[in-house]
Design a protein around this ligand. Structure first.
Ligand code: GDP
Ligand code: ZN
Length: 357
């Protein structure tokens, strides 16, 4: 039994329901995808937990991998008579989405997590710490439509975390940066507000930085209870899959999937604009409108580097991510990408205006 608002339901999704639908006999109801494994979905709905598959019609209608339900998606599903099973009829439009290239040689987009509100970008304060990596992750998160928060974990391992925080802040462009230790508990209280009722949080960061430890330190007891419930209703079909969404009884929804943790760039045009807003602003002042900021005369970006106002390594990082983006672009369907970008630019713009106001 769940309250939809506890699961993250909001007017954004509500407004996608059509009146006719609710009037139908045994109308499909909203449910959120908590887990996915080989075409079987675990859904959290008001009435409880269901195992679901797509209707034949939806399977037929879905033309790309990105159209399939992903963890965090809201769907409309019709439960069958009392056996805990359901059929997914429709995937509701996403408020944010993390995409990656599918594994292997095919260049296709796969959604690894949907409708995430906040992403905790976790780095650790040891050799793993790398501002260039933080820039990359920030680009990804801005692109997704979620809000990033930078977490510098393992503060107990180093003498002066403040200096590291400063470095991270210099590339994070107004994004909050927190210093934590999952071992001593330092700074964990500052993360708690991000995990409140109806909010969906995901963690992103290299393996070994302490994501699991943070989750357990923060909400360990509750999570254990959640997984006990999960086992009760499980039919033994996919107990070991780890793509999942967890409901934190104290408030909040946590998405913890390997796909999310290992995210690579997919489409980052708008994300790059946002993560490198300083470089983009300078670029507007370059003499040539198509300036590549490599060796052109009267380049405002190169000039800023020369004057010490902009870090050369940051510009290099910007170039590198752009090149990666261009490489992916050449392999994809241009019309589809352009349409998708236009849509997301619009959403980003709305978000920026929203956070200003
Ligand atoms: P994940 O791969 O990001 O989920 O990382 P884990 O949570 O599995 O942590 C990797 C290792 O780092 C484990 O041995 C943890 O005990 C350790 N670790 C996690 N957080 C901290 C911390 O704040 N300080 C220290 N010293 N070790 C930590
Ligand atoms: Zn330039």
């Amino acid at each position: 039994m769940f309250r939809l608002t506890d699961l993250g339901w909001s007017s954004f999704f509500e407004s996608q329901l059509t009146a006719g639908l609710q009037g139908e006999d045994r109308a499909p109801v909203p449910a959120r995808v908590a887990e996915e494994a080989r075409g079987v979905y675990r859904l959290f709905a008001q009435a409880g937990v269901w195992l679901a598959e797509l209707t034949g019609r939806l399977r037929h209608e879905v033309t790309s991998r990105a159209g399939l339900p992903a963890v965090g998606d809201w769907v409309l599903a019709r439960p069958s008579q009392g056996d805990g099973r359901a059929l997914i009829q429709r995937v509701l439009a996403r408020r944010s989405r993390f995409a990656r290239k599918t594994a292997g040689t095919r260049v296709e987009e796969q959604i690894v997590a949907a409708n995430v509100d906040t992403v905790l970008l976790v780095s650790s304060l040891n050799r793993e710490f790398n501002v260039r990596r933080i820039e990359r992750y920030l680009t990804l998160v801005w692109e997704s439509g979620a809000r990033p928060v930078v977490v510098l974990n393992k503060a107990d391992l180093i003498p002066d975390p403040g200096a590291w925080r400063y470095q991270a802040e210099s590339v994070a462009m107004g994004v909050p940066v927190f210093v934590t230790s999952a071992v001593t508990g330092e700074g964990l209280g500052e993360l708690r507000p991000y995990l409140h009722r109806g909010e969906t949080v995901a963690l992103l960061g290299s393996s070994g930085v302490g994501k699991s430890t943070l989750i357990n330190a923060r909400i360990g007891e509750e999570l254990l209870r959640t997984s006990a419930i999960r086992e009760d209703d499980d039919r033994g079909r996919h107990t070991t899959t780890s793509r999942q969404m967890l409901l934190v009884p104290g408030g909040g929804v946590l998405i913890d999937t390997p796909g999310m943790r290992e995210l690579q760039l997919w489409d980052s045009a708008a994300g790059l604009d946002h993560a490198f807003a300083d470089v983009e602003a300078l670029a507007l002042q370059c003499f040539f409108t198509d300036c590549a900021h490599e060796s052109e005369p009267k380049c405002a970006v190169l000039q800023a580097v020369e004057e010490g106002a902009l870090d050369a390594a940051r510009v290099e990082s910007y170039h590198k991510l752009r090149r990666e983006q261009a490489f992916l672009d050449r392999k994809r369907d241009p019309a589809a990408m352009a349409a998708e970008r236009k849509k997301w630019r619009h959403i980003h713009k709305a978000m920026r205006n929203f956070s200003k106001g």
